[in-house]
Design a protein around this ligand. Sequence first.
Ligand code: EPZ
Length: 423
Amino acid sequence: MANRLVIQGGKKLSGTVTIDGAKNSAVALIPAAIMADSEVVLEGLPNISDVQTLYQIIGELGGSVRYDENQAIIDPSEIVDMPLPNGNVKKLRASYYLMGALLGKFKKAVVGLPGGCYLGPRPIDQHIKGFEALGATVTNEQGAIYLRAEKLRGARIYLDVVSVGATINIMLAAVLAEGKTVIENAAKEPEIIDVATLLNNMGANIKGAGTDTIRIQGVEKLSGCRHAIIPDRIEAGTYMIIAAAAGDGVKIQNVIPDHLEGITAKLSEMGVPIEVADDSICVGEAEHLSKVDVKTYAYPGFATDLQQPMTALLTQAEGSGIVTDTVYSDRFKQIAELERMGGKFKQNGRSVVIYGKTPLKGTKVTATDLRAGAALIIAGLVAEGTTEILEIEHIERGYGNIVEKLTALGADIRKESDEPSIS
Ligand code: EPZ
């Protein structure tokens, strides 16, 4: 059954939106939790399909998950080293964290190569380099990665590319290895600190998460604990952009403002009034939006995940802004769709020029990936007429309760399904 979002544009948004727990933490915290020998309670996980898929995978491995809207209780005590060459692991990119978690716990794992958004080539060579340095043999057999080790021994690993996934995956494999591991040129994203905090609460010994050198002293076992997830800086940034595009006073609460410095600076530069409090940010209405140039980098640089929503906002700014993605080579699939709505762009490799200000018109468009979907929602909210967004399963992988949240802010948005016809 195909679902779509239908948006009637032109409504002014106002009010308060509460941000969920971070998707990119959640998808690593859940695999980390299976390494414990007793129950791990994770508070504040987002209500998104990637998280649901991981719960199902835990069931396939013999573990159990009990959850409500506030917390998930993961019981890993019965988990076995079941091979996962196919099936649910293909539905999300972050299933690669099962490689590090299962390798660390059982010294062997079989995990199908991950799915997720197409953003250009997304190799996992740095993850594999790390596993091999720790003593694992890694082979790719018919699209599944086989990992085996007699034992894992700490090692010094220099990442050739700053990678969130490789940093977390090596951390997962190293916490139960013998001796000391040092990860150099590590990624510094807040999600990495969140995963290290959970692992340390489980009994691991990790120092330096959030800096470019992480030191891990292996321990013998990990035990259950309780952990509250950090708020989702990308969901928060998306709502800030939505508020800048279509709002006249929106409060975004449950945020860590330090994690949002890049987007806060860029929106201020565009002329958007922003007030930052301890755990909330208010985004006012700009008299007019000025163009900005945006270049994405690894954290603390401007997040690649917010680059696509920014291209939609920049269609409403005066002048020509340039957005450059230095992290991914092909993350501009939203541009062709925004063009169909009247946006004017010129793409050249990793950069796109957005010619503003252009009126947008609602039409039928496709969410080719998660953040492209967010860009189309922003465009639909400011467009004249009705926008229909197809393939919204991409959006549902990363934005919990988005229809409810936008409706509460005053948007005219609904989800429709093509029911199978009965004849
Ligand atoms: C994480 O992906 C996020 N996903 C992405 O979020 C995010 O865009 C990205 O980090 C960058 O911040 C999850 O956390 C599940 P990387 P990840 O490894 O870990 C190259 C979203 O929209 N690279 O930091 O897969 C890679 O190709 C998603 O929420 C290698 O060359 O990203 C890319 O160019 C999409 N070899 C760069 O490094 C490797 O072994 C950064 O990738 C690994 C990565």
